[in-house]
Design a binder for this molecule. Structure first.
Ligand code: DSN
Length: 479
């Protein structure tokens, strides 16, 4: 173990003392967050617990250095250590995913996606205006030239999975910049199976002729065949961009192999580092050599200066993910998701697509007479942290929703196995079956609910047994 419990306790007590000497409320909130995370069943599919070495790596003076540019080519003097940090992080990412090139500067998944979009636009857009103006420099462009350029770049088309089928805001949703930058057409899932319908997707792509096809999801409980996606992209001349933020850990841990591994099939892959991959908060982009140079212009084209301390923590997390233990972890994440899904369906709950074969599941709570908002709140009352989520063709819209998204990466890090997840399924089913909407004079509210007396407390007590048996950061004692 790289940090012993005794070392961790000493280090963090001292850190909290230092923080408290300047602003005690921040020290208190930091300590309380650990207590809260320890005391709740964290089932948010996009969250995890980073290792202590990863967390400790973020708290250093690497944060204090500006380093716009790329390795060996910075806009500031004195960047040799940031160069080392970025090179080591990229080297680990390339080896971990078998990619030609890794760009580890993005601060988040959204930033990584924007870098990918920019790289594709800059490589692929045929701009008659730019051609016509070839001889001129940027400073020579008239307002009319700029307007023509804006028009040409904005006419580009993107196809991504619709939000209610499980896609992400950044895949062209109208309330995200991606939906303003591009003309967008979403692909959904089959009304019968709930699965991506590749034939329908192909037909839409042939008609719409997108520049970019985005594959990836935040709330789709199944695997994607990236070989098929690439075939479709090639047929219509589109660039295949895969957002693997949610399932990067399953790729790194070799759960998704062959046609389910996006790296050999996508032109560009973007990801976060902190979800199933279990690193610090951040993003990265993987590319073939073809897009490497364009992606390296992410800063300053799209991003602010790289965060040296976070890139360092990414390097540590990537190094951890290259260990055989991570392969075991990733397979356990998937096995636990299966156990959770089976546990829920065997207790009468309805899951979108009937189950899962990745790290997440989506409970449809409409048959229980609840909205996602009511179900989310009731579960939280019982110490179970989830998030409400739209389901395909959701009758309650994106705010109240009709679904609950759950995932296994975080609790698997704590050591939960299949039998623990069967018990978690029982706790969820117990709470949801004991919850009902409370009526108002004008009808049932979409937010208010009541739980049969004693159920939340009983579930909390049973959850505490599971949590105590699988401690978070075992032996780390702040007192
Ligand atoms: N917020 C992430 C999630 O929960 O899936 C996506 O950005």
């Amino acid at each position: 173990m790289p940090v012993t419990p005794a070392q961790a306790s000493t280090i963090y007590r001292q850190i909290l003392d230092v923080i408290a000497s300047v602003e005690p409320r921040i020290a208190a909130a930091t300590a309380q967050e650990l207590a809260d995370q320890r005391a709740s069943l964290k089932l948010i599919a996009s969250e995890n617990y980073a290792s202590l070495p990863t967390l400790l790596t973020m708290g250093t003076w690497l944060s204090d250095k500006y380093a716009e540019g790329t390795i060996g080519h910075r806009f500031y003097a004195g960047c040799r250590n940031i160069d080392t940090v970025e090179a080591v992080a990229a080297e680990h990412a390339e080896a971990l995913f078998g990619a030609d090139h890794a760009y580890v500067q993005p601060h988040s998944g959204i930033d990584a996606n924007l870098v990918a979009y920019w790289a594709i636009l800059s490589q692929r857009v045929e701009s008659p205006t730019l051609k016509r103006l070839e001889a001129k420099t940027v400073n020579d462009l008239s307002e009319a030239d700029w307007e023509a350029l804006r028009h040409e770049f904005n006419q580009q088309r993107v196809m991504g999975m619709s939000l209610d089928a499980g896609g992400h805001l950044t895949h062209g949703f109208r309330h995200n910049i991606s939906g303003k930058m591009f003309q967008q057409k979403a692909y959904g899932t089959s009304a019968d199976s709930g699965l991506v319908d590749y034939d329908a997707l192909r037909a839409t792509a042939k008609e719409f002729r997108p520049l970019i096809i985005v594959a990836g999801y935040s709330a789709y409980p199944r695997r994607i065949n990236f070989a098929k996606m690439r075939e479709i992209a090639d047929e219509v001349g589109a660039t295949l961009f895969v957002d693997m933020a949610h399932f990067a850990g399953l790729v790194a841990g070799k759960v998704f192999t062959g046609d389910e591994n996006p790296v050999p099939f996508a032109h560009i892959v973007a990801s976060t580092t902190h979800k199933s991959l279990r690193g610090p908060r951040g993003g990265f982009v993987l590319t073939s050599h073809e897009y490497a140079d364009a992606v390296d212009h992410g800063c300053p084209m799209v991003l602010g200066g790289p965060l040296g301390h976070v890139m360092a923590a990414k390097a540590v997390a990537f190094a951890e993910a290259r260990q055989p233990e991570f392969v075991t972890y990733a397979h356990q994440v998937a096995a636990n998701a299966q156990a959770l899904a089976t546990g829920l369906t065997s207790r009468g709950l309805k899951l979108i697509t009937g189950g899962t074969d990745n790290h997440l599941a989506l409970i449809d709570v409409t048959d229980l007479g609840l909205t996602g908002r009511q179900a989310e709140s009731a579960l939280l009352d019982a110490g179970i942290v989830t998030n409400r989520n739209s389901i395909p063709r959701d009758p309650n819209g994106a705010w109240y929703t009709s679904g609950i998204r759950i995932g296994t990466p975080a609790l698997t890090t704590r050591g939960f196995t299949e039998s623990d997840f069967d018990e978690v399924a029982d706790l969820i089913a117990t709470v949801l079956k004991a919850t009902s909407p409370t009526g108002t004079a004008k009808g049932a509210s979409k937010a208010k609910y009541e739980i049969v007396d004693g159920v939340a407390a009983g579930v909390k007590a049973r959850a505490a047994e599971l949590l105590n048996a699988n401690p978070l950061y075992p032996g780390l004692d702040l007192n």
